[in-house]
Design a protein around this ligand. Structure first.
Ligand code: NAD
Length: 246
């Protein structure tokens, strides 16, 4: 990925931040994007302090015009767009379906699913201009199985898988590979809402005996983005400590 340009959404924290740092260590130009400005700038500063190349661009992924502006920023700053990691997401409202608010449902679908359509809508034309690229969409193990009290999140993450497959069918012949990554439960601020007992219950669902680390997800994202995975497209790849094998 040396001197290749990558956009990473949700790169102020957790999986996105670890992915931004990994790409930077491999010499990529990293466009760090997030709705959180101070934390996004902190990611960028730490990459630059370590000798990497990065720029921050504030983006709300749920706003199509901001996703368009993000792609324009990447191309203007670094000349072209080679890769994108559509990672920003929220846990969403926790409730039974009958109790879930309409706004809560719409919000998680907007941020965790609609945003990936907006992202690809603008990333793909930019990549076609330079003969191809790679897109990694962050789904979840909940893109394959259900989880009570998280119907909106589960529906969005299943949607990400279908969207990824359709996009791969449309653009693989034009050398844009598009894949989905499915993390198990990973120790990030996304899990801050859970108490220690709930986290222990989650650990028990991972045969490997612990929750995952952001860096472990970043390795798979990086591989899927690089030419090492040149025959891989339209796939759904768990990085889940065995969660889906149960
Ligand atoms: P995180 O909370 O550490 O990071 C998510 C980032 O997304 C934050 O920096 C946040 O500011 C940003 N974000 C939220 N809404 C945004 C918006 N509207 N526009 C732009 N940025 C926004 O969480 P994480 O665990 O690193 O999650 C990253 C991705 O991984 C998400 O898509 C999440 O659903 C997925 N995932 C996480 C887990 C887990 O257990 N942590 C498991 C499976 C999938």
């Amino acid at each position: 990925m040396k001197n290749k340009t990558v956009i990473i959404t949700g790169a102020a924290s957790g999986i996105g931040k670890a992915t931004a740092e990994l790409f930077a260590r491999h010499g990529a130009n990293v466009v760090v994007s997030d709705i959180q400005e101070a934390e996004g700038n902190a990611t960028t500063d730490s990459i630059i302090a370590a000798g990497g190349k990065a720029s921050f661009f504030k983006t709300d992924v749920a706003k199509p015009e901001e996703m368009e502006a993000l792609v324009a920023f990447a191309v203007k700053t670094y000349g072209q767009l080679d890769a994108a990691v559509n990672n920003a997401g929220i846990g969403g409202e926790q409730a039974l379906i009958a109790d879930m608010s309409i706004d809560g449902w719409k919000k998680v679908i907007d941020i965790n699913l609609n945003s990936l359509f907006y992202g690809m809508k603008y990333q793909i034309p930019a990549m076609l201009k330079n003969g191809g690229g790679s897109i990694v969409n962050i789904s979840s193990i909940l893109g394959a199985v259900g989880f009570a009290n998280s119907a909106g999140y589960t529906a969005a993450k299943h949607g990400v898988v279908g969207l990824t497959q359709a996009a791969a069918l449309e653009y693989s012949a034009q050398k844009i590979r598009i894949n989905a990554v499915a993390p198990g439960f990973i120790e990030t601020p996304l899990l801050d809402a859970l108490d220690a007992e709930m986290k222990q219950q989650l650990v028990a669902l991972h045969p490997i005996g612990r929750l995952g680390k952001s860096e472990e997800v970043a390795e798979l994202i990086f591989w899927l983005s690089s030419d090492k995975s040149s025959f891989v497209t339209g796939g759904y790849y768990p990085v889940d400590g065995g969660y889906l094998a149960r």
